[in-house]
Design a protein around this ligand. Structure first.
Ligand code: GLN
Length: 503
């Protein structure tokens, strides 16, 4: 007998295919784990047992008919609540969309379903994905399964926490400035933002269209690679003009040799003020285990990275302001009753429908795009963006992959970063990768000696070199396990084996 959280996606799919257990049994175990654990964690805005069991019944019927099962048959999945899935509301954790029923299913979600995943529910997030702690959800906070008094990170905090608490095996998040990689680091799971364009954004509610990218969370690098295979199966999505054909086998190259490859370390990042010593030690440990496998460490500099946060907080809000204009309280979103005219209806609906951070971002965006101001800030930010892209290109002449922290600290307490600008600064290590568009992955490395909370490192690859990135991530995972005798990623101890037994 096993608990659902002890199995990887690969093991679940293999077990279902071999008839060791049925997809329906997996579905019941996952729903049971959610029932036992989510009261404390609060990762889900909506749990969808009908959809879970329906998808499981389809898998079981296919097996009974002797069909070859899809690669993730029977794997429990959580979906961030900014992705449409028919049969669920897509609220973006906002009052504005509290009752919005998904009219269609996002391509990324559909591809996971086509691969055989069982949709367990919609995961909590920062409102419209603005934030780094999931505290800006309009509905409730999600607690870090490692310490319920601490944040799970954000904005995809629910997706990360659901995997860390062992409620699901895989989840989807979106990352505009770090929203997959930072919560993965704070919850101790693997989280990947692939290169911009790799995963279709069709059906995902837009925040910053030139920065947004969907990616998976899992408890092993292999599971994340398998999820990437599912997300990219079928190649380019005609419905997203920025989508490219990446139907590469991500899982196939995982055990590749990294001997002789160059791993770039950025000294100014390793000495950045605010980087805690336990996170620094974790990144150094990752460097050592790569070195032990024959990789060469090289120092590289990214001279314009000090402009990344400023550029992001111009480009992001500008794009968000234009994307969120559609929520006008007339055609879309919450409608304040009893308004005398349409202008008042828009004004009052937006005032009530959006929370403080969503308003702050839109006001900032409106200001930045106004005449006279635009040239000074937006144009300057775009210039900085080009310099940052060039910095990365130069770095990859000297290195095959870059190694850096994902988050400067371990999970902080609720309310601890109450000043928004302080919260913005916590994105130091993730944001430039969205600006440049390349891929990044967080690899958990156990817990920190000071805090006892998960610590992690981030690997950053060349654009469209995500397969190679996964190979390095697997090398870190493998090396960590060999060196310490422990898994870098574990289900949070208070939740492991709590409900969710597979008969
Ligand atoms: N923390 C960043 C922000 O608040 C990133 C959010 C994201 O990636 N969606 O904008």
């Amino acid at each position: 007998m096993a608990f659902i959280d002890e199995l990887t996606a690969a093991q679940i799919a293999a077990g279902v295919a071999a008839g060791d257990f049925s997809a329906t049994e997996v579905a019941r175990a996952a729903l049971d784990a959610v029932e036992a654990r989510d009261g404390a964690v609060q990762a889900f805005l909506q749990v969808t047992p009908e959809l879970t069991l329906e998808a499981a019944a389809r898998v079981d019927a296919a097996r009974a008919a002797g069909e070859v099962l899809p690669p993730l048959a029977g794997v429990p999945l959580a979906v961030k609540d900014n992705m449409n899935l028919v049969g669920t509301r897509t609220t973006c954790a906002s009052r504005m969309l509290e009752t919005y029923e998904s009219p269609f299913t996002a391509t990324c979600v559909q591809r996971m379903l086509d691969a055989g995943c069982l949709p367990v529910g919609k995961a909590n997030m920062d409102e419209f994905a603005f934030g780094s702690s999931t505290e800006s959800s309009a509905f409730f906070r999600t607690n870090n399964p490692w310490d319920l008094e601490r944040v799970p990170g954000g904005s995809s905090g629910g997706s990360a926490a659901a995997v860390a608490a062992g409620e699901v095996t895989l989840s989807l998040g979106s990352d505009t400035g770090g929203s997959i990689r930072q919560p993965a680091a704070l919850c101790g799971v693997v989280g990947m933002k692939p290169t911009y364009g790799t995963v279709s954004r069709y059906g995902v509610v837009a925040f910053g269209s030139s920065l947004d990218q969907v990616g998976p969370f899992g408890r092993t690098v292999e599971d994340v690679a398998r999820a990437m295979d599912a997300l990219c199966a079928g190649g380019r999505d005609e419905r997203d003009s920025t989508s490219v054909d990446c139907a590469d086998s991500f899982a196939a190259g995982l055990e590749g040799d990294i001997a002789g490859k160059r791993v770039g370390i950025i000294p100014s990042f390793m000495n950045a003020p605010g980087l805690t010593s336990e996170v620094k030690e974790a990144v150094e440990l990752a460097a050592h285990v790569l070195q032990d496998q024959g990789a060469e460490l090289v120092e590289v500099e990214l001279p314009h990275l000090d402009a990344a946060i400023a550029a992001y907080y111009v480009i992001g809000p500008a794009e968000a302001f234009s994307n969120l204009a559609r929520f006008d309280g007339v055609r879309y979103g919450y409608q304040e009753p009893g308004c005398p005219n349409l202008a008042m209806q828009t004004a009052r609906s937006r005032a009530k429908g959006f929370g403080a951070e969503a308003k702050r971002r839109q006001m900032l965006g409106a200001y930045l795009l106004s005449s006279g101001v635009y040239d000074k800030y937006y144009y300057a930010a775009q210039k900085a963006r080009t310099l940052i892209v060039n910095d990365y290109e130069r770095a990859y002449e000297a290195a095959d992959v870059l190694l850096m922290p994902a988050s400067p600290t371990t999970a902080f307490k609720f309310g601890e970063l109450s000043d928004p600008t302080q919260m913005y600064l916590s994105d130091l290590f993730t944001i430039s990768i969205n600006i440049a568009g390349n891929g990044g992955i967080t690899v958990p490395l156990g817990v920190g000696s000071a805090s006892g909370m998960p610590v992690a490192a981030q690997l950053v690859g060349k654009a469209f070199d995500d397969r190679n990135l996964l190979t390095f991530a697997r090398a870190v995972e493998r090396g960590f396990e060999a060196t310490t005798g422990a898994a870098g990623c574990r289900v949070a101890p208070d939740f492991a084996g709590k409900g969710g037994e597979l008969a």
